[in-house]
Design a protein around this ligand. Sequence first.
Ligand code: TMP
Length: 237
Amino acid sequence: MQRGKFITFEGGEGVGKTTQIRLLSEYLKTKGIECISSREPGGSPWAEAVRHVLLSGLADKMGLGPSGEAILFAAARADHVDSKIEPALEQGKWVLCDRFMDSTRVYQGESDDVAPELVDSLERIAINGHKPDLTFILDLRADVGLHRANARRKASEAVDRFEREDITIHENRRNAFLQLATRNPDRCRVIDASQTIDEIAFDIWRTVENVLIKPAKAEQEKRDADQTSEQNEAEEA
Ligand code: TMP
């Protein structure tokens, strides 16, 4: 069985990752590709509990500090990878994930209070070799994204610990995501998230077709052809 593909969606607040993951998942199903959607922090029962501690501001309020937060994000990620992502990929399913290791690089890694060596080590341990096959970075002006995030938040939902931060921090994160994409051109694709939902979805589908579906199909056809010629040779012998 061919291993599944791992696609992550990254970007600042309110860039529309959740909607695009749903649309890509529907598109993949029409192509006969089985996939699961997940998110970080979270994705497994234990990691969802850590999500609550981190995003409610509890960890911050109790004085955990940025390095401690980075460690918690990594612990949640390690469990998510082991219990959900790896088993799904192994079964040939594709995994679409709302945020992954690049969010730690940007949100924690850009803070002067977290040592780069710590971010590197945590990433290595948490992802355990599971780098995404493709990462979409949905790019949008920070003020526009925050406005969208505020508009869609239900009255019962609180503003999370990171959304509450200053606009200049959000702008710096946008730039950090763009720089990360420049440093990882094979894996990362920047998508203009100021377009309409349909335009963004089209950009994403086209990229997935070109980068993952067509090469995977070609690989499968080659494997089938090799197998047929091996069978023919065996029959002739
Ligand atoms: P979201 O699910 O609404 O995107 O919220 C998750 C928040 O957590 C978002 O503000 C980004 C932040 N975050 C980090 O700071 N580091 C991480 O590693 C991850 C996955 C998320």
